[in-house]
Design a protein around this ligand. Sequence first.
Ligand SMILES: [Zn+2]
Length: 177
Amino acid sequence: MQLSAVDALAHLVESYLNTNSNELNRIYSREGLRMWGEFKSRLHDESLEEADYEMLLHASMIGGMAITYTGTSLPHGLSYPVTYELGVPHGKAVGMFLGGYVAYYEDRQESAEVLRLLGFADAKEFGCYLRDLLGEVEVSEELMRADVKSILDNPAKLKNYPFSISESQLFKMANYI
Ligand SMILES: [Zn+2]
């Protein structure tokens, strides 16, 4: 349940912070992020109530709608080698990169809006929350470097990130917290 919730969160965040983002997908993202923010503390200690499950289902559904407009962005791109090489489940692999994506997203105003909707004070609090929720994943520096390089070598994987990004910036983003 936690992992599919984190995947839904990634869809909402990556759609909002995306090259193709516009007012339409952001309607979905905003609503889903607000809901996610409401049940986030209960997801953490696995004390979700019935109303939370309903919100979670709704947030997952509109997260799916949001990405049909925009596609996903760097956290999803970075997650695939971690899943293929290490067998880390999709929600966990995506969640590993979400804190860094928000922390280093170049438009600070837009990333601050995402954090505000979710109810986090700053990117660090969001990153720590995800780390506590998901637990640590041991990824070798070699795999992380190969992962970063494979994104930078592939324009299709970069096109949903609206800014240019260097290898060292992407590496920092991938290794946040
Ligand atoms: Zn996903």
